[in-house]
Design a protein. Structure first.
Length: 312
């Protein structure tokens, strides 16, 4: 009897989540009058839109060609088409940090993600391991397990007992609906010997290590270590009356502790991981934030790679 040939390993299943450029959305699809007017004027505010669009399209084509050449079973999904992400060996995001944050809401710790910056001249790409022009080596390394994996802590946010998200990666912002209005709220930390304090400010940021280099840092917070499991809160632009005691304006929430905010404004809002996921917060409503035990597995995270090099 002839020996059996070894079975061929199954092709990896890859989900590619991509954004649409501002040009695609407002010029090609919606034909937004203001955009078209500014383009006709060659206005500075829209000068780079077309170049960024074509850079994004070329990067998306580069991803398609690379995955095909690497023998992956690839599915492509616009980030606005929300759906299941289970059953994939790897998720690839093509866009910028916003696209990674969008996809991260659906990803469990078991599914790794790698982010590609499709328009490096116009996008920060803080989470992005690769960029336009260098896609295939990155995806090859990701599929072969050669990219360093980081497990970034996430948080849970609930509004009056309703869980808004268990996978907050970057940050949560609570503030008045109008940026010109004062945000009043009560703050307490359960699990520590702290009293409830009343704060008047322009709002409060709360987030994990992934978001500590952005808004939290700009508001006076610290950059948390990449492996930190803590949640940081930072009050924005506080107001103090003459003679009043100044409370703490920032702090850390460890696993097992809870940050509790009670709204004292009629027209508050909470934004979760960017501007798209937003909910109304009424007077007396309660926001609760806690660290969770379900991190995001991200490959080639640049900040983690820099930290590893600095320890050598």
């Amino acid at each position: 009897m002839a020996p059996r040939s070894p079975s061929k390993p199954a092709a990896p299943r890859v989900l590619c989540v991509y954004k649409k450029s501002a040009w695609q959305t407002n010029v090609v699809e919606r034909k937004t009058p203001r955009f078209l007017e500014l383009l006709a004027q060659k206005h500075d505010s829209v000068r780079r839109l077309e170049a960024a669009h074509y850079a994004h399209v070329e990067t998306l084509d580069e991803v398609r060609e690379a995955l095909e050449a690497l023998g992956a079973r690839a599915s492509f999904r616009f980030r606005g088409d929300e759906g299941l992400v289970d059953g994939f060996d790897l998720v690839v995001t093509v866009g910028g940090d916003g696209t990674l944050l969008w996809a991260a809401r659906w990803l469990s710790e078991a599914t790794p993600v790698v982010a590609i910056n499709s328009a490096p001249a116009d996008s920060v790409g803080h989470f992005c391991a690769g960029k336009k022009g260098a896609v295939r080596p990155l995806l090859e390394a990701a599929l072969a397990g050669r990219l360093q994996a980081s497990h970034l802590a996430r948080a849970c946010v609930a509004l009056d007992g309703e869980v808004l998200s268990r996978r907050v990666l970057n940050d949560v912002l609570f503030a008045h609906a109008s940026p010109a209005a004062t945000t009043r709220f009560l703050l307490s930390v359960e699990g520590k010997k702290t009293r409830q304090i009343e704060i008047k400010s322009s709002g409060i940021w709360a987030g994990c290590t992934a978001g500590s280099t952005a808004a939290q840092r700009s508001a006076g917070g610290q950059v948390l270590p990449v492996k930190s499991k803590k949640l940081q809160w930072v009050v924005r632009e506080p107001y103090f009356s003459d003679g009043t005691t100044r409370p703490e304006l920032r702090g850390l929430i460890a696993p097992g502790e809870t940050l509790r905010l009670v709204s004292k404004v009629r027209d508050g809002r909470v934004w979760v991981d960017g501007p798209h996921h937003v909910r109304e917060v009424r007077m007396g409503a309660e926001l609760v934030l806690t660290p969770t035990g379900e991190p995001l597995t991200i490959l080639g995270f640049p900040r983690a790679l820099r930290a590893a090099r600095s320890r050598r």
